[in-house]
Write a protein that binds this ligand. Structure first.
Ligand code: ATP
Length: 497
Protein backbone atom coordinates (compact mmCIF):
# COMPACT_ATOMS: atom_id res chain seq x y z
CA UNK A 1 0.00 0.00 0.00
CA UNK A 2 1.29 3.46 -0.87
CA UNK A 3 2.43 5.28 2.25
CA UNK A 4 0.61 8.33 3.50
CA UNK A 5 3.58 10.59 2.80
CA UNK A 6 3.90 9.38 -0.79
CA UNK A 7 0.19 9.79 -1.39
CA UNK A 8 0.17 13.30 0.04
CA UNK A 9 3.21 14.20 -2.02
CA UNK A 10 1.48 13.01 -5.16
CA UNK A 11 -1.72 14.93 -4.40
CA UNK A 12 0.23 18.12 -3.70
CA UNK A 13 1.95 17.74 -7.06
CA UNK A 14 -1.36 17.16 -8.76
CA UNK A 15 -2.63 20.47 -7.37
CA UNK A 16 -5.59 18.89 -5.64
CA UNK A 17 -7.30 21.96 -4.10
CA UNK A 18 -8.62 20.47 -0.85
CA UNK A 19 -7.31 17.39 0.89
CA UNK A 20 -9.13 15.95 3.84
CA UNK A 21 -6.83 13.91 6.04
CA UNK A 22 -9.04 11.50 7.87
CA UNK A 23 -7.24 10.78 11.15
CA UNK A 24 -7.28 11.10 14.91
CA UNK A 25 -3.53 11.51 14.87
CA UNK A 26 -3.18 15.13 13.89
CA UNK A 27 0.37 15.36 15.31
CA UNK A 28 1.56 12.66 12.99
CA UNK A 29 -0.24 14.11 9.99
CA UNK A 30 1.26 17.52 10.72
CA UNK A 31 4.72 16.02 10.99
CA UNK A 32 4.41 14.69 7.45
CA UNK A 33 2.90 17.94 6.18
CA UNK A 34 5.76 19.93 7.71
CA UNK A 35 8.32 17.66 6.07
CA UNK A 36 6.73 18.00 2.66
CA UNK A 37 6.15 21.75 3.02
CA UNK A 38 9.78 22.27 3.94
CA UNK A 39 10.90 20.34 0.91
CA UNK A 40 8.74 22.58 -1.28
CA UNK A 41 9.79 25.71 0.62
CA UNK A 42 6.23 26.45 1.53
CA UNK A 43 4.92 28.25 4.57
CA UNK A 44 2.33 26.54 6.73
CA UNK A 45 -0.63 28.73 7.65
CA UNK A 46 -2.48 26.96 10.42
CA UNK A 47 -5.91 27.46 11.93
CA UNK A 48 -7.12 25.39 14.84
CA UNK A 49 -9.90 25.87 17.32
CA UNK A 50 -7.38 26.12 20.13
CA UNK A 51 -5.35 28.84 18.37
CA UNK A 52 -8.57 30.67 17.65
CA UNK A 53 -9.38 30.93 21.34
CA UNK A 54 -6.20 33.02 21.67
CA UNK A 55 -6.32 35.00 18.44
CA UNK A 56 -10.10 35.41 18.70
CA UNK A 57 -10.31 34.87 14.97
CA UNK A 58 -12.95 32.38 13.90
CA UNK A 59 -12.40 30.29 10.79
CA UNK A 60 -14.69 32.50 8.73
CA UNK A 61 -12.66 35.68 9.40
CA UNK A 62 -9.39 33.85 9.15
CA UNK A 63 -10.25 32.59 5.66
CA UNK A 64 -11.69 35.95 4.64
CA UNK A 65 -8.25 37.58 4.95
CA UNK A 66 -6.92 35.25 2.24
CA UNK A 67 -9.91 35.77 0.01
CA UNK A 68 -9.32 39.55 0.28
CA UNK A 69 -5.60 39.32 -0.20
CA UNK A 70 -4.55 36.35 -2.26
CA UNK A 71 -0.91 37.48 -2.25
CA UNK A 72 -0.84 36.42 1.35
CA UNK A 73 -1.11 32.84 0.21
CA UNK A 74 2.13 32.92 -1.73
CA UNK A 75 3.99 29.63 -1.30
CA UNK A 76 1.88 28.27 1.45
CA UNK A 77 -0.19 25.37 2.65
CA UNK A 78 -3.35 26.08 4.63
CA UNK A 79 -3.81 23.58 7.42
CA UNK A 80 -7.16 23.56 9.20
CA UNK A 81 -7.72 21.51 12.32
CA UNK A 82 -10.83 20.81 14.41
CA UNK A 83 -12.91 22.70 11.90
CA UNK A 84 -15.90 20.30 11.80
CA UNK A 85 -18.20 22.64 13.68
CA UNK A 86 -17.46 25.49 11.29
CA UNK A 87 -17.99 23.36 8.21
CA UNK A 88 -21.70 23.99 8.31
CA UNK A 89 -21.23 27.76 8.16
CA UNK A 90 -22.19 28.94 4.64
CA UNK A 91 -19.55 31.70 4.71
CA UNK A 92 -16.77 29.24 5.56
CA UNK A 93 -17.94 26.96 2.76
CA UNK A 94 -18.10 29.85 0.34
CA UNK A 95 -14.55 31.04 1.18
CA UNK A 96 -13.16 27.54 0.83
CA UNK A 97 -14.98 27.07 -2.44
CA UNK A 98 -13.63 30.36 -3.77
CA UNK A 99 -10.04 29.45 -2.87
CA UNK A 100 -10.46 25.94 -4.30
CA UNK A 101 -11.76 27.38 -7.55
CA UNK A 102 -8.80 29.75 -7.74
CA UNK A 103 -6.45 26.79 -7.42
CA UNK A 104 -8.36 24.85 -10.04
CA UNK A 105 -8.33 27.70 -12.51
CA UNK A 106 -4.63 28.17 -11.95
CA UNK A 107 -5.23 31.84 -11.10
CA UNK A 108 -2.52 31.81 -8.54
CA UNK A 109 0.01 30.88 -11.15
CA UNK A 110 -1.07 33.75 -13.42
CA UNK A 111 -0.58 36.13 -10.57
CA UNK A 112 2.92 34.85 -10.20
CA UNK A 113 2.02 32.84 -7.14
CA UNK A 114 3.06 29.28 -6.70
CA UNK A 115 0.38 26.74 -6.11
CA UNK A 116 -1.01 26.18 -2.71
CA UNK A 117 -3.34 23.64 -1.16
CA UNK A 118 -5.86 23.51 1.61
CA UNK A 119 -5.41 20.61 4.00
CA UNK A 120 -8.13 19.69 6.47
CA UNK A 121 -7.23 17.38 9.33
CA UNK A 122 -10.22 15.71 10.95
CA UNK A 123 -11.15 12.28 12.24
CA UNK A 124 -14.52 12.23 10.48
CA UNK A 125 -15.00 12.90 6.83
CA UNK A 126 -17.71 15.51 6.71
CA UNK A 127 -17.44 17.43 3.53
CA UNK A 128 -20.21 19.82 2.57
CA UNK A 129 -21.71 18.91 -0.79
CA UNK A 130 -20.55 22.20 -2.33
CA UNK A 131 -16.91 21.26 -1.71
CA UNK A 132 -17.13 17.64 -2.65
CA UNK A 133 -15.81 17.99 -6.20
CA UNK A 134 -12.74 19.90 -4.98
CA UNK A 135 -11.85 17.45 -2.25
CA UNK A 136 -9.93 14.20 -2.02
CA UNK A 137 -9.78 12.14 1.13
CA UNK A 138 -6.58 10.65 2.45
CA UNK A 139 -6.15 8.54 5.52
CA UNK A 140 -3.16 7.96 7.71
CA UNK A 141 -1.79 4.45 7.50
CA UNK A 142 -2.00 2.03 10.33
CA UNK A 143 1.43 0.96 11.46
CA UNK A 144 3.26 -1.84 9.72
CA UNK A 145 5.11 -4.60 11.53
CA UNK A 146 8.45 -2.83 11.66
CA UNK A 147 6.88 0.41 12.81
CA UNK A 148 5.08 -1.37 15.64
CA UNK A 149 8.38 -2.98 16.62
CA UNK A 150 10.06 0.38 16.82
CA UNK A 151 7.11 1.88 18.78
CA UNK A 152 7.53 -0.91 21.35
CA UNK A 153 11.30 -0.42 21.44
CA UNK A 154 10.93 3.33 21.94
CA UNK A 155 8.37 2.75 24.63
CA UNK A 156 10.47 0.33 26.68
CA UNK A 157 13.54 2.49 26.07
CA UNK A 158 11.84 5.59 27.44
CA UNK A 159 10.55 3.80 30.52
CA UNK A 160 13.82 1.93 30.93
CA UNK A 161 12.10 -1.42 31.22
CA UNK A 162 13.36 -4.73 29.88
CA UNK A 163 13.06 -5.25 26.14
CA UNK A 164 10.67 -8.13 25.31
CA UNK A 165 12.29 -11.36 24.13
CA UNK A 166 11.90 -12.03 20.38
CA UNK A 167 9.03 -14.49 20.83
CA UNK A 168 7.05 -12.13 23.05
CA UNK A 169 7.91 -9.26 20.74
CA UNK A 170 6.35 -11.14 17.80
CA UNK A 171 3.22 -11.85 19.83
CA UNK A 172 2.96 -8.20 20.87
CA UNK A 173 3.34 -7.05 17.29
CA UNK A 174 0.69 -9.49 16.11
CA UNK A 175 -1.71 -8.33 18.81
CA UNK A 176 -1.12 -4.64 18.19
CA UNK A 177 -1.67 -4.77 14.44
CA UNK A 178 -4.50 -2.64 13.13
CA UNK A 179 -3.93 0.16 15.59
CA UNK A 180 -2.48 3.62 15.20
CA UNK A 181 0.65 4.84 16.98
CA UNK A 182 -1.30 6.72 19.64
CA UNK A 183 -3.52 3.73 20.33
CA UNK A 184 -0.50 1.45 20.67
CA UNK A 185 1.17 3.87 23.06
CA UNK A 186 -1.96 4.13 25.22
CA UNK A 187 -2.38 0.34 25.40
CA UNK A 188 1.28 -0.20 26.34
CA UNK A 189 1.03 2.45 29.06
CA UNK A 190 -1.92 0.62 30.56
CA UNK A 191 -0.19 -2.76 30.26
CA UNK A 192 2.84 -1.72 32.30
CA UNK A 193 0.95 -0.09 35.16
CA UNK A 194 0.84 -3.41 37.03
CA UNK A 195 4.55 -3.81 37.62
CA UNK A 196 6.52 -1.78 35.14
CA UNK A 197 7.29 -4.73 32.92
CA UNK A 198 5.95 -5.94 29.62
CA UNK A 199 5.48 -9.70 29.73
CA UNK A 200 3.17 -12.54 28.71
CA UNK A 201 0.68 -11.71 31.45
CA UNK A 202 0.00 -8.43 29.67
CA UNK A 203 -1.16 -10.09 26.46
CA UNK A 204 -4.79 -10.74 27.55
CA UNK A 205 -5.15 -7.12 28.65
CA UNK A 206 -3.70 -5.90 25.38
CA UNK A 207 -6.07 -8.15 23.43
CA UNK A 208 -9.02 -6.90 25.43
CA UNK A 209 -8.01 -3.27 24.87
CA UNK A 210 -7.67 -3.90 21.19
CA UNK A 211 -11.14 -5.42 21.09
CA UNK A 212 -12.45 -2.30 22.73
CA UNK A 213 -10.72 -0.06 20.24
CA UNK A 214 -12.11 -1.98 17.33
CA UNK A 215 -15.51 -1.73 18.97
CA UNK A 216 -15.08 1.99 19.48
CA UNK A 217 -14.77 2.40 15.74
CA UNK A 218 -18.47 1.60 15.89
CA UNK A 219 -18.24 -0.36 12.66
CA UNK A 220 -16.52 -3.58 13.59
CA UNK A 221 -16.85 -5.92 16.48
CA UNK A 222 -14.43 -8.64 17.42
CA UNK A 223 -16.56 -11.66 18.24
CA UNK A 224 -15.52 -14.04 20.94
CA UNK A 225 -16.02 -17.49 19.45
CA UNK A 226 -16.67 -20.80 21.20
CA UNK A 227 -18.49 -22.59 18.38
CA UNK A 228 -16.66 -25.32 16.49
CA UNK A 229 -17.48 -27.19 13.31
CA UNK A 230 -18.73 -30.11 15.45
CA UNK A 231 -21.44 -27.79 16.81
CA UNK A 232 -23.06 -27.56 13.39
CA UNK A 233 -25.53 -30.30 12.58
CA UNK A 234 -25.46 -31.13 8.86
CA UNK A 235 -24.25 -28.63 6.24
CA UNK A 236 -21.55 -31.19 5.47
CA UNK A 237 -20.62 -29.79 2.07
CA UNK A 238 -20.14 -26.29 3.46
CA UNK A 239 -18.18 -27.53 6.49
CA UNK A 240 -15.95 -29.63 4.28
CA UNK A 241 -15.32 -26.69 1.94
CA UNK A 242 -14.48 -24.37 4.84
CA UNK A 243 -12.07 -26.94 6.34
CA UNK A 244 -10.23 -27.15 3.03
CA UNK A 245 -9.92 -23.37 2.77
CA UNK A 246 -8.69 -23.30 6.36
CA UNK A 247 -5.98 -25.76 5.34
CA UNK A 248 -4.85 -23.45 2.56
CA UNK A 249 -4.94 -20.40 4.83
CA UNK A 250 -2.78 -22.16 7.41
CA UNK A 251 -0.11 -22.85 4.77
CA UNK A 252 -0.72 -19.92 2.51
CA UNK A 253 2.87 -19.28 1.53
CA UNK A 254 3.47 -22.87 0.50
CA UNK A 255 0.10 -22.94 -1.25
CA UNK A 256 0.90 -19.75 -3.20
CA UNK A 257 4.30 -21.11 -4.20
CA UNK A 258 2.49 -24.18 -5.49
CA UNK A 259 0.20 -21.95 -7.54
CA UNK A 260 -2.85 -22.09 -5.28
CA UNK A 261 -4.65 -18.75 -4.87
CA UNK A 262 -5.29 -17.33 -1.39
CA UNK A 263 -9.00 -17.93 -0.63
CA UNK A 264 -11.06 -14.73 -0.86
CA UNK A 265 -14.30 -15.61 0.80
CA UNK A 266 -17.72 -17.16 0.65
CA UNK A 267 -21.29 -15.96 0.45
CA UNK A 268 -23.75 -18.05 2.44
CA UNK A 269 -27.37 -17.38 1.66
CA UNK A 270 -30.46 -19.10 2.90
CA UNK A 271 -33.26 -19.63 5.32
CA UNK A 272 -33.16 -17.83 8.65
CA UNK A 273 -32.09 -19.83 11.68
CA UNK A 274 -30.37 -22.57 9.69
CA UNK A 275 -26.79 -22.06 10.79
CA UNK A 276 -25.31 -19.32 8.59
CA UNK A 277 -24.02 -17.29 11.52
CA UNK A 278 -23.00 -20.48 13.26
CA UNK A 279 -20.90 -21.41 10.20
CA UNK A 280 -19.15 -18.00 10.24
CA UNK A 281 -18.26 -18.47 13.90
CA UNK A 282 -17.13 -22.07 13.53
CA UNK A 283 -14.99 -21.03 10.55
CA UNK A 284 -13.11 -18.65 12.83
CA UNK A 285 -12.18 -21.59 15.07
CA UNK A 286 -11.29 -23.82 12.10
CA UNK A 287 -9.10 -21.12 10.53
CA UNK A 288 -7.81 -20.27 14.00
CA UNK A 289 -7.99 -16.53 13.30
CA UNK A 290 -10.14 -13.78 14.85
CA UNK A 291 -13.66 -13.02 13.66
CA UNK A 292 -14.55 -9.40 12.97
CA UNK A 293 -18.19 -8.60 12.33
CA UNK A 294 -18.96 -5.62 10.15
CA UNK A 295 -22.16 -3.81 10.95
CA UNK A 296 -23.26 -2.64 7.54
CA UNK A 297 -26.13 -0.58 8.93
CA UNK A 298 -23.66 1.58 10.82
CA UNK A 299 -21.67 2.37 7.71
CA UNK A 300 -24.31 4.75 6.50
CA UNK A 301 -23.52 8.25 7.68
CA UNK A 302 -25.56 11.35 7.18
CA UNK A 303 -22.81 13.53 5.77
CA UNK A 304 -21.43 13.49 2.26
CA UNK A 305 -18.49 11.13 2.10
CA UNK A 306 -19.09 9.82 5.60
CA UNK A 307 -20.34 6.39 4.50
CA UNK A 308 -17.42 5.87 2.14
CA UNK A 309 -15.11 7.09 4.88
CA UNK A 310 -16.60 4.52 7.23
CA UNK A 311 -16.21 1.77 4.67
CA UNK A 312 -12.60 2.75 4.11
CA UNK A 313 -11.93 2.80 7.82
CA UNK A 314 -13.56 -0.62 8.29
CA UNK A 315 -11.58 -2.13 5.43
CA UNK A 316 -8.35 -0.61 6.68
CA UNK A 317 -8.93 -1.80 10.21
CA UNK A 318 -9.73 -5.27 8.90
CA UNK A 319 -6.70 -5.43 6.63
CA UNK A 320 -4.44 -4.29 9.40
CA UNK A 321 -5.91 -6.90 11.72
CA UNK A 322 -5.27 -9.67 9.21
CA UNK A 323 -5.13 -12.60 9.28
CA UNK A 324 -8.79 -12.50 10.19
CA UNK A 325 -12.26 -13.39 9.02
CA UNK A 326 -14.47 -10.48 8.10
CA UNK A 327 -18.06 -11.46 8.68
CA UNK A 328 -20.63 -9.33 6.91
CA UNK A 329 -23.91 -10.25 8.48
CA UNK A 330 -27.22 -9.59 6.72
CA UNK A 331 -25.46 -8.21 3.72
CA UNK A 332 -28.69 -7.49 1.90
CA UNK A 333 -29.46 -4.74 4.41
CA UNK A 334 -26.53 -2.65 3.25
CA UNK A 335 -26.89 -3.11 -0.44
CA UNK A 336 -30.66 -3.31 -0.62
CA UNK A 337 -32.21 -1.23 -3.34
CA UNK A 338 -29.54 -1.68 -5.98
CA UNK A 339 -31.64 -3.20 -8.72
CA UNK A 340 -30.62 -5.23 -11.76
CA UNK A 341 -30.37 -2.01 -13.76
CA UNK A 342 -27.83 -0.70 -11.28
CA UNK A 343 -30.26 1.72 -9.65
CA UNK A 344 -29.85 2.61 -6.05
CA UNK A 345 -29.13 5.60 -3.94
CA UNK A 346 -25.90 7.29 -4.92
CA UNK A 347 -24.25 6.54 -1.60
CA UNK A 348 -25.25 2.86 -1.61
CA UNK A 349 -23.95 2.50 -5.15
CA UNK A 350 -20.61 4.07 -4.27
CA UNK A 351 -20.32 2.00 -1.14
CA UNK A 352 -21.05 -1.11 -3.11
CA UNK A 353 -18.51 -0.11 -5.77
CA UNK A 354 -15.84 0.39 -3.11
CA UNK A 355 -16.59 -2.99 -1.63
CA UNK A 356 -16.44 -4.79 -4.98
CA UNK A 357 -13.14 -3.18 -5.88
CA UNK A 358 -11.69 -4.18 -2.55
CA UNK A 359 -12.93 -7.78 -2.96
CA UNK A 360 -11.48 -7.87 -6.45
CA UNK A 361 -8.07 -6.52 -5.56
CA UNK A 362 -7.71 -7.93 -2.08
CA UNK A 363 -4.41 -9.68 -1.52
CA UNK A 364 -4.39 -9.62 2.26
CA UNK A 365 -5.15 -12.53 4.55
CA UNK A 366 -8.74 -11.47 5.10
CA UNK A 367 -11.29 -14.17 4.44
CA UNK A 368 -14.74 -12.69 3.89
CA UNK A 369 -17.84 -14.53 5.01
CA UNK A 370 -20.96 -12.73 3.90
CA UNK A 371 -24.34 -14.02 5.01
CA UNK A 372 -27.74 -13.06 3.66
CA UNK A 373 -31.34 -14.23 3.86
CA UNK A 374 -32.93 -12.60 0.88
CA UNK A 375 -30.79 -12.70 -2.22
CA UNK A 376 -33.39 -10.94 -4.34
CA UNK A 377 -32.30 -7.81 -2.50
CA UNK A 378 -28.62 -8.28 -3.37
CA UNK A 379 -27.13 -6.57 -6.42
CA UNK A 380 -26.59 -9.11 -9.23
CA UNK A 381 -22.89 -8.18 -9.63
CA UNK A 382 -22.29 -9.56 -6.20
CA UNK A 383 -23.63 -12.94 -7.19
CA UNK A 384 -21.46 -13.18 -10.27
CA UNK A 385 -18.75 -15.83 -10.26
CA UNK A 386 -15.37 -14.61 -9.17
CA UNK A 387 -16.47 -12.18 -6.48
CA UNK A 388 -16.60 -14.92 -3.90
CA UNK A 389 -14.86 -18.27 -4.20
CA UNK A 390 -18.24 -19.94 -3.80
CA UNK A 391 -21.88 -19.19 -3.04
CA UNK A 392 -23.68 -21.70 -0.85
CA UNK A 393 -27.32 -21.89 0.01
CA UNK A 394 -28.54 -23.30 3.26
CA UNK A 395 -31.99 -24.82 3.33
CA UNK A 396 -34.16 -26.26 6.09
CA UNK A 397 -32.44 -29.31 7.58
CA UNK A 398 -33.36 -32.72 6.19
CA UNK A 399 -34.07 -35.75 8.41
CA UNK A 400 -30.45 -36.74 8.98
CA UNK A 401 -29.53 -33.13 9.72
CA UNK A 402 -32.38 -32.68 12.18
CA UNK A 403 -31.16 -35.76 14.03
CA UNK A 404 -27.64 -34.29 14.28
CA UNK A 405 -29.01 -30.94 15.47
CA UNK A 406 -31.11 -32.65 18.16
CA UNK A 407 -28.05 -34.62 19.23
CA UNK A 408 -25.94 -31.48 19.49
CA UNK A 409 -28.43 -29.47 21.52
CA UNK A 410 -29.59 -32.23 23.84
CA UNK A 411 -25.96 -33.39 24.15
CA UNK A 412 -24.82 -29.95 25.29
CA UNK A 413 -26.80 -30.18 28.54
CA UNK A 414 -27.89 -33.83 28.93
CA UNK A 415 -25.49 -36.06 27.03
CA UNK A 416 -26.44 -39.10 29.11
CA UNK A 417 -30.12 -38.78 28.20
CA UNK A 418 -29.37 -39.16 24.50
CA UNK A 419 -29.41 -42.97 24.67
CA UNK A 420 -33.03 -43.04 25.82
CA UNK A 421 -34.33 -40.45 23.34
CA UNK A 422 -36.41 -41.73 20.42
CA UNK A 423 -34.89 -39.63 17.64
CA UNK A 424 -37.16 -41.08 14.98
CA UNK A 425 -40.28 -39.61 16.59
CA UNK A 426 -38.65 -36.23 17.10
CA UNK A 427 -37.52 -36.11 13.49
CA UNK A 428 -40.96 -37.03 12.18
CA UNK A 429 -42.60 -34.29 14.15
CA UNK A 430 -40.17 -31.58 13.14
CA UNK A 431 -40.51 -31.48 9.36
CA UNK A 432 -40.09 -27.82 8.28
CA UNK A 433 -38.20 -26.83 11.44
CA UNK A 434 -35.01 -24.80 11.17
CA UNK A 435 -31.98 -25.34 13.42
CA UNK A 436 -33.00 -22.48 15.69
CA UNK A 437 -36.52 -23.99 16.06
CA UNK A 438 -34.97 -27.31 17.10
CA UNK A 439 -32.70 -25.59 19.61
CA UNK A 440 -35.71 -23.83 21.04
CA UNK A 441 -37.84 -27.01 21.45
CA UNK A 442 -34.92 -28.68 23.21
CA UNK A 443 -34.73 -25.76 25.64
CA UNK A 444 -38.49 -25.82 26.18
CA UNK A 445 -38.37 -29.61 26.69
CA UNK A 446 -35.68 -29.19 29.35
CA UNK A 447 -37.84 -26.60 31.08
CA UNK A 448 -40.85 -28.93 31.05
CA UNK A 449 -38.74 -31.77 32.54
CA UNK A 450 -37.28 -29.49 35.18
CA UNK A 451 -40.65 -28.09 36.28
CA UNK A 452 -42.00 -31.64 36.55
CA UNK A 453 -39.20 -32.35 39.00
CA UNK A 454 -37.47 -34.89 36.74
CA UNK A 455 -33.77 -35.75 36.77
CA UNK A 456 -33.55 -36.22 33.02
CA UNK A 457 -35.24 -35.08 29.84
CA UNK A 458 -37.37 -37.53 27.83
CA UNK A 459 -38.74 -37.80 24.30
CA UNK A 460 -42.20 -36.93 25.67
CA UNK A 461 -40.97 -33.66 27.19
CA UNK A 462 -39.58 -32.54 23.86
CA UNK A 463 -42.65 -33.73 21.95
CA UNK A 464 -44.78 -31.66 24.29
CA UNK A 465 -42.64 -28.63 23.50
CA UNK A 466 -43.01 -29.36 19.78
CA UNK A 467 -46.82 -29.36 20.11
CA UNK A 468 -46.84 -25.74 21.25
CA UNK A 469 -44.21 -24.50 18.80
CA UNK A 470 -44.86 -22.81 15.49
CA UNK A 471 -41.97 -23.62 13.22
CA UNK A 472 -40.46 -21.19 10.77
CA UNK A 473 -42.22 -23.02 7.91
CA UNK A 474 -45.57 -22.13 9.45
CA UNK A 475 -44.76 -18.55 10.30
CA UNK A 476 -42.95 -17.64 7.10
CA UNK A 477 -44.44 -20.11 4.62
CA UNK A 478 -44.72 -17.84 1.58
CA UNK A 479 -41.38 -16.15 1.79
CA UNK A 480 -39.61 -19.47 2.43
CA UNK A 481 -41.11 -20.97 -0.70
CA UNK A 482 -40.10 -17.94 -2.72
CA UNK A 483 -36.55 -18.12 -1.33
CA UNK A 484 -36.20 -21.85 -2.03
CA UNK A 485 -37.31 -21.36 -5.64
CA UNK A 486 -34.84 -18.55 -6.08
CA UNK A 487 -31.83 -20.53 -4.80
CA UNK A 488 -32.69 -23.44 -7.04
CA UNK A 489 -33.09 -21.27 -10.11
CA UNK A 490 -29.71 -19.69 -9.53
CA UNK A 491 -28.04 -23.06 -9.12
CA UNK A 492 -26.11 -22.12 -6.01
CA UNK A 493 -24.23 -24.91 -4.35
CA UNK A 494 -26.19 -26.65 -1.61
CA UNK A 495 -24.52 -26.57 1.80
CA UNK A 496 -25.99 -29.99 2.60
CA UNK A 497 -25.23 -33.40 1.14
P1 ATP B 1 -30.39 -15.60 10.57
O1 ATP B 1 -30.39 -15.50 9.09
O2 ATP B 1 -31.75 -15.43 11.18
O3 ATP B 1 -29.31 -14.80 11.24
P2 ATP B 1 -28.77 -17.96 10.72
O4 ATP B 1 -28.92 -18.88 9.58
O5 ATP B 1 -27.57 -17.12 10.79
O6 ATP B 1 -30.08 -17.12 10.87
P3 ATP B 1 -27.92 -19.02 13.20
O7 ATP B 1 -27.81 -17.73 13.93
O8 ATP B 1 -26.68 -19.66 12.76
O9 ATP B 1 -28.91 -18.87 12.01
O10 ATP B 1 -28.77 -20.04 14.07
C1 ATP B 1 -29.39 -19.66 15.28
C2 ATP B 1 -29.14 -20.72 16.32
O11 ATP B 1 -29.82 -21.92 15.93
C3 ATP B 1 -27.69 -21.11 16.41
O12 ATP B 1 -27.02 -20.35 17.39
C4 ATP B 1 -27.75 -22.57 16.80
O13 ATP B 1 -27.81 -22.73 18.17
C5 ATP B 1 -29.04 -23.05 16.17
N1 ATP B 1 -28.75 -23.71 14.88
C6 ATP B 1 -29.12 -23.30 13.67
N2 ATP B 1 -28.70 -24.15 12.71
C7 ATP B 1 -28.04 -25.12 13.34
C8 ATP B 1 -27.34 -26.29 12.91
N3 ATP B 1 -27.27 -26.63 11.60
N4 ATP B 1 -26.74 -27.05 13.85
C9 ATP B 1 -26.80 -26.74 15.15
N5 ATP B 1 -27.45 -25.65 15.61
C10 ATP B 1 -28.06 -24.86 14.74
Amino acid sequence: MESFQKKLDRYLDARQPILLIDTFEDDKAEEVIERLAKRRRRKIRRWSFRDATVTKKGLKDWLAQFVDDEQDLMNSVLVLKDMQASMEDPEVISHLKYLAQQINRGLFEEDGLDEFNILLIAPFARIPRELECYTSILSLDYLGEEEIRSEIRNFVGELEIRKPQPELMDKLIMTLRGLTGTEIFNILELAVTDGNTLDYTDLPLIREQKQQMIKKSGLLEMIHVKERMEDIGGLEVLKDWLQKKAGIFANVKKANDFGVITPKGVLIVGMPGCGKSLAAKAASKAFDIPLLRLDMGRLMGKYVGESEGNMRRAIQLTEASSPCILWIDEMEKAFAGIGSNGNGSEVTMRLFGNFLTWMQEKESMVFVIATANDITKLPPELLRKGRFDEIFYVSLPNKAEREKIFEIHIGKKHRDDLKSIDMKRLIEKTEGYCGADIESVVHDGLEIAFLAGKESVSTEDILEAIKTTHSISETMKDSLERMAKNYEERKFKSASK
